[in-house]
Design a protein around this ligand. Structure first.
Ligand code: ZN
Length: 364
């Protein structure tokens, strides 16, 4: 029987598979692969540029369960590349994870999505990663990537790294114990300010789509059990100058004395390198995190903020532009406060200024 006939028969017996017909026609996936996708659980860390393309692609492909963690809210300059969001989400002041869940429900309601509005860090990542088949990198910083890397090795779950800036991209599949890990290849986090970011050097939509689509393709291979097809190279490209490379990193594991995959010393997961204040590079903003379990009463805080601005809030977050001082000494900061007590303060790169604003208007 031809594969197309099998796919047709199966659709008749299980109409929920009809939407995947074109995907099941690809023999290495077929019906068995489709069922594996439906049974799989994926953790997506970060739902910005790469994350929205990944979530969109995997939800359409029929991955059964997606946990999406993101700490941020949506801004107008995100819409150029963050494909799951629109202007209404900004008007509704939806956090990215919540907006993504809402969109996916419209695209494929068979996919179970857990939206987590939180800063993923060493205190909480294991709560979300346990029981997952795959971890996906939709982050924009090395600290979180090394944290994912530690979790991947500790729990023996593969993950797919992805990064992009301007017209350049990098991506790699990490399979614990089989391939080099991210720390075998990169060793340490670049110091703050040393690396250009999307906010300083810009990023083009197609760059994001190429990296995230490469990650999604490897994800489909891993989740459907097509292990032999999975890339063992570091994929690198500059699509403005039309340079594409597959770098052989197989020896990196032998050469590097990797603390993570050789010594099982999880320096990021243990909190050794964790920070509670993060300068959001290039964004003129600082994030302040709170210990897990913190809770915020927006109503109460809004009352206090009325003296210096016009706060608005919904059940997810509170926003307020804070005006302080007069004349030449006048300063303006934008406070975004989340229900778990975490805040992003725009208008400064100085952690102490941000902490002062937080303690003054939110409480220490
Ligand atoms: Zn390693």
């Amino acid at each position: 029987m031809a594969l197309s006939d099998i796919a047709e028969q199966l659709e008749k017996s299980d109409p929920s598979l009809a939407r995947y017909n074109r995907q099941m026609l690809w023999e290495p996936i077929g019906i068995a692969g489709q069922k594996k996708l439906k049974a799989s659980r994926v953790l997506m860390v970060g739902c910005g540029a790469l994350g929205t393309v990944l979530a969109n692609t995997l939800a359409r492909a029929g991955v059964g369960h997606l946990t999406i963690i993101d700490r941020d809210f949506i801004e107008i300059n995100n819409l150029q590349r963050q494909v799951l969001f629109d202007q209404q989400d900004i008007a509704d002041q939806l956090p990215k994870a919540v907006a993504a869940k809402k969109k996916i429900a419209q695209i494929n309601s068979d996919v179970q999505v857990e939206a987590v509005v939180a800063d993923v860090n060493h205190t909480n990542i294991l709560n979300y990663a346990g029981g997952c088949d795959l971890l996906l990198d939709g982050t924009d910083n090395f600290e979180t990537r090394f944290l994912i890397n530690d979790v991947s090795i500790k729990l023996n779950i593969p993950w797919v790294y992805g990064a992009c800036i301007s017209a350049m991209g990098l991506a790699m599949v990490i399979r614990p114990g089989i391939t080099p890990c991210l720390r075998c290849v990169f060793e340490t986090v670049p110091p703050p300010g040393m690396n250009p970011t999307c906010d300083t050097a810009g990023v083009l939509g197609p760059t994001v789509n190429i990296v995230a689509s490469w990650q999604a393709m490897e994800a489909l291979k891993l989740l459907t059990g097509n292990i032999n097809a999975v890339s063992r190279y570091l994929f690198s490209f500059d699509c403005w100058d039309n340079r594409y490379q597959q770098l052989n990193v197989a020896k990196a594991r032998d050469i590097a004395d990797c603390p993570a995959c050789k010594h099982h010393n999880y320096e990021y997961l243990s909190g050794k390198f964790a920070s509670s204040t993060t300068t959001l590079c290039g964004r003129n903003a600082v994030q302040i995190s709170q210990p897990a379990g913190s809770k915020i009463n927006f109503e109460q805080i809004a009352v206090g903020l009325k003296a210096v601005g016009s706060p608005s809030f919904n059940k997810f977050m509170l926003k307020c532009t804070i005006n302080e001082g007069q004349g030449e000494r006048q300063r303006q900061h934008e406070l975004t406060l989340f229900a778990d007590g975490r805040a992003i303060i725009k208008g400064t790169n100085d952690a102490s200024v941000a902490r002062a604003i937080y303690s003054k208007y939110v409480g220490a």
